[in-house]
Design a protein around this ligand. Structure first.
Ligand code: BES
Ligand code: ZN
Length: 630
């Protein structure tokens, strides 16, 4: 816990009170923690900044992208608003930034560094002259910046040009911009980006696909966003329109495939607007990244960042697009105030994703996705410490990257599903519509949501959910008894096929699988018994060619079985998969499973050593615990 660091700060007195309260609330039993701190506090334990005294309202960036030195360098000008007249020290978040100068207009001003914290980086204290409204910092990023990945031409699809992309959520914006890196602080931004004219730059802002490719690119983001939504990518990027407001940017190699795979994006956008209100961000484009992107997707405003690993050719994984699009309402328009409230970003978004998938692709598909999402949640509940299965999780002193799980996503969505069931779909849709409107462009705490829920929905339907039930969902560990349970008719067919095959009544190749979709294959494999034999693994592979599947979700589940049953014929594929993909959802469970035996760990270490140069810093950090460094 960073008590030491907080105490070294000017704002220590303000923070200390809350910190002590937080510590005294630790409890290991399952009593709901309905205390003030866990739901209504706006104290962000993951930022050193002091927005309650001085808040940054706008950032102007002028940055040079240098692939030789793997650095961004230039200036960040910060407009500030003083909340208290005496306040004269602006505290900013940084990580591994080299700041060479601070200035107010022509005059240089004093700044100093605080102590570095392992998770949070280093606070930068800037002394503000009395009249100063805007400060300009001249800085350079580190080649190891935690929020940037620099790829060589060989590491891209086209092999000719380098590629840079950022990933700021949760606390990595500070590794490429000195700012108040807290989701509770909203800023507008402008940027001028200088790069090689052979390359094209895009940002989470206004993008012009027909901008002259001359190496200087201008951006504006006129809507106030939290810092974790600032994003940049530079590479051999081209654009293809999909609909009136939607299109794809990517390297030429993925462009046509992506535009085809995601052609329903415009329909998703229109469907979501119909239920939850007008899209407030102008355009909605996708950027397809290299396979080392550590996430499936990231909801950077106006331009979601997307892994290419979902390009399956059959739209089987487009719920990812529904998810990132839905964040335009839940997350980007209404934002969690601190990372403790993450479930409000991810749980609402997961709920909306299911709704969008049902509208655009029908109830059967939604039902299958709900079963799979619910299973992912149950798997996590079995693995995680009870403390980490609460929606309002205690992150004090922890690295938010280390606490990532399905809980905020699927438990959050399950809670909203129960509310919806109890009040009726129509009333719940109307409630969410008004919620997005009421809190638009604000960062809010769990308590603000609860107050609004009580006054706008539960006051009208008091029997819909008791205070005790609400508290159990929000504050207690695990899933409350009697929560909604998924059911998919399309999976019943799969269950009977699997059982018949396991009983030896029918050979694998005679199973009636010709019209199965990805979700059914996932269900078929995920529910295989623990005592599957090598002969059975071989029979499945022979009949269905799983080792050579080009659907990365199916391959993932197959490779998990491969490790579990030590099915040697698929280890080459496993090796290539680990080296070729950096998406943590796929590689982390494999590294973890491999690390459980000495032979597995040796194999994992070898793959990791080869993959490491191409992995994103987050993928390296996440998987290092499972391998021996070679
Ligand atoms: N905003 C998240 C990614 C994220 C969360 C980054 C927390 C850093 C910290 C994004 O919207 C997301 O949830 N991505 C998922 C998509 C999936 C649930 C469809 C992913 O990448 O797997
Ligand atoms: Zn999300």
């Amino acid at each position: 816990m960073p008590v030491r660091v907080f105490l070294s700060l000017v704002a220590a007195s303000a923070l200390f009170g809350t910190l002590v309260t937080a510590c005294s609330q630790q409890s290991s039993d399952n009593t709901p923690q309905t205390t003030i701190n866990s739901a209504s506090s706006r104290t962000d334990y993951h930022s050193f900044s002091n927005p309650e005294e001085i808040v940054v309202t706008h950032v102007d960036l002028d940055l040079n992208v240098d692939f030789e030195t793997k650095t961004l360098s230039g200036t960040a000008s910060l407009d500030i608003d003083r909340k208290s007249v005496q306040a004269s020290t602006l505290i900013l978040d940084t990580r591994d930034l080299d700041v060479s100068q601070a200035a107010c207009g022509e005059a240089t001003i004093d700044f100093s560094w605080g102590e570095r914290d392992e998770h949070l980086g280093t606070p930068l204290m800037v002394q503000l002259p009395a009249e100063c409204q805007t400060i300009t910092l001249t800085y350079t990023t580190s080649p190891e910046a935690s929020g940037l990945q620099w790829l060589t031409p060989e590491q891209t699809a086209g092999k000719k040009h380098p590629f840079l992309f950022s990933q700021a959520q949760a606390i990595h914006a500070r590794s490429f911009i000195p700012l108040q890196d807290s989701p509770g602080v909203r800023i507008t931004y402008n940027a001028t980006i200088h790069t090689d004219p052979a390359l094209f730059a895009v940002m989470s802002a206004s993008n012009d696909p027909s901008a002259e490719r001359n190496g200087t690119y201008e951006f504006t983001m006129p809507q106030a966003i939290p810092s974790y939504l600032i994003a940049i990518a530079v590479g051999d990027l081209h654009f293809k329109a999909m609909g009136e407001r939607t299109g794809v940017y990517s390297e030429p190699a993925y462009l046509d495939a992506a535009a085809k795979e995601f052609e329903d994006t415009e329909a998703m956008l229109i469907a979501t607007e119909k239920v939850y209100g007008k899209y407030r961000w102008d355009r909605y484009d996708l950027l397809i990244l290299p396979p080392s992107f550590p996430f499936g997707g990231m909801e950077n405003p106006r331009l979601s960042f997307i892994t290419p690993t979902v390009l399956a050719g059959d739209k089987s994984q487009v719920s990812l697009i529904a998810h990132e699009l839905a964040h335009s309402w839940s997350g980007n328009t209404v934002t969690n105030a601190t990372w403790r409230d993450l479930w409000m970003n991810e749980g609402f978004t997961t709920f909306l994703t299911y709704r969008i998938m049902e509208i655009v692709y029908g109830k059967d598909r939604e039902a299958m996705e709900f079963v799979i999402g619910h299973r992912d949640l149950e798997d996590d509940l079995n693995e995680l410490a009870a403390e980490d299965t609460r929606l309002t999780i205690d992150l004090t002193g922890r690295d938010p990257d280390a606490v990532f799980s399905n809980v905020p996503y699927e438990k959050g969505a399950l809670f909203l599903r129960e509310l919806e069931q109890n009040v009726g779909r129509e009333a719940f849709d109307a409630f969410l519509l008004s919620y997005f409107d009421h809190f638009a462009f604000q960062s809010i705490t769990t308590q603000q949501f609860l107050d609004y829920l009580n006054s706008e929905l539960l006051a009208k339907q008091p029997d819909a959910m008791s205070k005790e039930r609400l508290d159990e969902w929000i504050f207690a560990a695990g899933i409350p008894a009697g929560a909604p349970e998924p059911k998919s008719p399309a999976f019943e067919v799969v269950d009977s096929s699997r059982s018949a095959w396991l009983r030896g009544e029918v050979s694998a190749s005679d199973l009636p699988t010709s019209d199965w979709v990805m979700h059914q294959w996932l269900h078929f494999l995920q529910k295989m018994p623990d005592d599957l034999t090598i002969q059975q693994m071989a029979a499945l592979d022979e009949a269905f060619d799983f080792t050579r599947s080009n659907n990365n979700e199916i391959t993932h589940v197959w490779l998990m079985l491969t490790v579990k049953h030590d099915y040697q014929p698929a280890y080459d594929r496993l090796y290539n998969y680990l080296v070729g993909i950096g998406r943590n959802k796929f590689v982390r469970p494999l590294y973890k499973a491999l690390s459980e035996t000495p032979e597995g760990k040796a194999f994992a270490s070898k793959a990791f050593a080869e993959a490491r140069v191409g992995y994103h810093p987050l993928t390296v950090k996440t998987n290092l615990p499972y391998v021996d460094e070679m």
